[in-house]
Design a protein around this ligand. Sequence first.
Ligand SMILES: [Fe+2]
Ligand SMILES: [Fe+2]
Length: 202
Amino acid sequence: MSSATIEKYKLGLNLPSDPRWVNIAEKSIEDILIDHAFCEQKAASTGISLIVHFSDKKELVEAITPIVAEEWDHFGLVLKELKLRGFELGKKRKDDYAIALFKLERTGGARDAQLVEKLLISAMIEARSCERFRLLSLHINDDRLKKFYHGFMVSEAGHYKTFLGLAKFYMPADYVSARWKEYLIAEAEIMRSMEMRADRFH
Ligand SMILES: [Fe+2]
Ligand SMILES: [Fe+2]
């Protein structure tokens, strides 16, 4: 894939990641892989929880079921990579980025509006993860990991599109676009306020 094609995986975030993050991340690849594994685990469990809470929404269940399978597959791939390198998953770590994002969730109101909040938060996590995978796939000094992260980048970009598409299926496009813009601004603020950490994916 050409670098021009790879450009499209920036996915319109308001604040691009600091490219120096790759340099510090690759020096602590054990922590990055562990954190990545937990991100995939969380993505699968968030998908399951959406299906559990909105089981009456046929289109949502049909669209998210294969995503859960993919996220679980991703988790397995990262576990395999950890094992190969002699690393262990260990105990769950606090995900400050996701915690901050979930604080933006508007609760109350119509059920579909509540669903859209959850879908937009998921889309946001996919977009930022995709952007970070893109950076790793381009700049990490390890050919195996370059390829590894390229695959994740493509896959998470697809998830991002599905979540945004679902949001527009359940609420009017204008409403979703306006709310998405607010999320983009708030997410950029979160990224700006968080220190750049070598041991975290976000
Ligand atoms: Fe994933
Ligand atoms: Fe994903």
